[in-house]
Design a protein around this ligand. Sequence first.
Ligand code: MTE
Ligand code: MO
Length: 360
Amino acid sequence: MWGKRDDMLVHERDPFNAEPPRAALAGRRTTPPDTFYSRNHGPVPDLDPAAWRLTVDGLVEHPLDLSPADLRERFDEHEVAATLQCAGNRRAGLAEVRAIPGEDPWGPGATSTARWTGVRLADVLAAAGLRPEAAHIEFAAPDVSRLAVPPQPYGGSITVDKALRPEVLLAWAMDGRPLPRVHGAPLRAVVPGWIGARSVKWLTRISARAEPSDNYFQATAYRVLPPDADPAQAGPDDGIPLGPIVVNCDILRPDDGARVPSGPTEVTGYALAGGDRTVARVDVSADGGRSWTQAALDDGDSPWTWRHWRTTLDLPAGEAEIIARAWDSAGAVQPESPVHLWNPKGYANTSWARIRLTCT
Ligand code: MTE
Ligand code: MO
């Protein structure tokens, strides 16, 4: 389905929501399009590129109406390698603490990396002449979530500070090929370092505003509600809006629940810092966190991608639990327990990664 590999873990068929198994992400700096996770709140739109236009309006001096050819001719092309990560990545770990009705139990595979090609949002905003009162840039798309009551079109916003950064793209290609429809063709936003929800697909409108977007997915969803809140009753501005990603990691190999021979065992995974931070260190433990081994980290293709890590542990025969935690360049480390992080919509599970192994 949607050109994805057969072993994708499909959380929902319609709307299509699927993540690759851990092993499919392991050891690969970029994630092939057939393996890249897919997160959709509504039916995937089928936009005709010949009729498609991008409107740029709001607090700008010269509103724009751009065709695909205008975008390519008027602005310089740029490529950025960036990891996208859904705010619901690793929600399954929170759902073990307490049920999270109505939200899919994503594992660590709602995280994938591609090389994105397009134009800088900053260049398009410069052509439109951003007015000084503009503080937020809103993205709007035509797809509608029927799971929200009433149904809600998809959208969201980022701050002008982030929007003007060179890594933020309006992208038409992924790994040098035209963007697949399911990943947002003809054009999507790519906002490296921020939750995937802000990388709006099927982009049709960009509006400069004084306030954040009042779209449902900015004002009401993708917010960390207090643990005692009823998400069905949550209204606009309740909870904490999510923007920059918080440092996180997970284990990709061996698989959770695997049987492995005892003795030296290679453990690998990914770590992602988010915001302007980078991954500084990954620690791995086989004794519940009493002692730790530092993993070797690869470079990452850009400051905006995950870093893969690896280490070898000597595992005795029997049951083992492997734990990993990442530190970022600001000295922040992942918290131990998902109990500290549980929230009614199940966002931002950054607790220590854990897998169980049977060593024979
Ligand atoms: N954009 C639109 N128009 N509609 C959506 O449902 N989902 C968002 C974001 N952009 C979404 C969207 C979310 S929550 C995530 S995590 C990313 O797209 C996922 O991007 P992908 O499907 O290309 O992996
Ligand atoms: Mo997401």
